[in-house]
Design a protein. Structure first.
Length: 349
């Protein structure tokens, strides 16, 4: 019974080698045929606006323009009227005023009523009745204007608006979202024997629709982005054959893969049916171990002797030996039957 009872687990921690290799690949070329695939994709997103600007209403009112000159005068719409404090108003419409009458001792100016609007928004332009305005560049002794009623309605406040950065952020975020959506949509069309090269995905015929324009007042802004997504599809087996042909010659003698080969691709140039990629592959390699032979070589050895033998193997940095059940020291050898010894190889962290 003693002969068959003991079991041992031996773990060899070995120093791995990292393999990295780069090469150029043309998908759609003679070595790797590719099919172009398309899908319609769309997405929308809303964000809070970050812009700010002063908004409000312009003050409005009416003035009486007095002309004391000996000739009639016409004042076109847009003529500037200036208050004593320098605030500017504009005529809403063209106004004609007859010539004045009387003499220097008894002037009789002609008058005409005109509507005016402040040149800027804000409450500063709300003026009390009786304010005298300079009309254009005329001297006030010849031509002037005065409001018989208060000018009112001017208001101002800081408002949230859509900034250029808000629009740019939405475009960037949604473009990334669309690529992710495109990956899912196109992948659903790919058979199990083929592979979508996600790095080849491009967005064509972009169409965007904002619910608010840049500089428009809004607490939030929403963008809907639509596009046609295009990607290249290749055969999994053909792609793997090309990768194997590139990677296998790079493996040092006596080493094997510990992990699957990871790959990443960067597009160098692309058109509708082909794309040239810079491919980067990486993998972790471990020394090749004949675990069956090692188990046979360990049969019946005491742990100290077993470790001496195992340390002679290439790249071994740490050894764990677990024997069960526990035995008295003089009986605590590794099992004398090799199938009761499990040997595994792991990378040293």
């Amino acid at each position: 019974a003693y002969w068959y009872l003991p079991k041992a687990e031996v773990v060899l921690f070995v120093t791995p080698k990292n393999l990295e290799h780069q090469f150029e690949l043309v998908a759609g070329g003679k070595d790797l045929p590719a099919e172009s695939m398309e899908a319609a994709v769309s997405a929308d997103k809303s964000i809070s606006t970050t812009g700010s600007k002063l908004v409000g209403d312009k003050a409005t009112g009416a003035v009486s323009i007095a002309n004391n000159a000996k000739t009639a005068r016409s004042f076109p719409a847009g003529t500037i009227l200036t208050s004593p404090s320098g605030l500017k108003f504009v005529l809403d419409e063209t106004v004609a005023v007859a010539s004045g009458s009387g003499d220097v001792f008894n002037p009789q100016p002609a008058k005409a009523v005109a509507k005016i609007t402040a040149s800027q928004i804000g409450g500063d332009y709300n003026l009390s009745a009786g304010t005298v305005f300079r009309v254009g560049t005329y001297a006030e002794t010849e031509t002037a204007a005065k409001n018989d009623a208060a000018i009112s309605g001017g208001t101002s406040r800081q408002a949230k608006v859509v900034s250029k950065d808000d629009a740019a952020k939405l475009r960037a975020d949604l473009s990334e979202s669309l690529k992710s959506i495109a990956k899912d949509e196109l992948s659903q069309k790919v058979s199990s024997e083929d592979q979508l090269i996600t790095e080849s995905i491009s967005l064509l015929s972009l169409s965007e629709s904002f619910d608010h324009k840049v500089d428009e007042e809004a607490d939030n802004v929403t963008l809907k982005l639509s596009a046609t997504a295009r990607g290249l599809v290749v055969s999994k087996s053909e792609l793997q054959s090309i990768i194997d042909a590139q990677v296998n010659p790079q493996i040092p003698a006596g080493y094997v893969f510990d992990t699957d080969v990871t790959q990443s691709m960067a597009v160098k140039k692309a058109d509708k049916t082909t794309a040239t990629f810079q491919v980067h592959v990486a993998a972790q390699l471990l020394p090749q171990m004949d675990v069956s032979q090692i188990a046979k070589d360990l049969t019946g050895k005491y742990p100290d002797r077993a470790k001496e033998y195992l340390q002679s193997l290439p790249a071994v940095g740490q050894i764990d030996i677990l024997i069960s059940p526990k035995m008295p020291a003089f009986l605590a050898t590794l099992p004398r039957i090799s199938k009761n010894i499990t040997v595994s190889v792991r990378p040293l962290k």
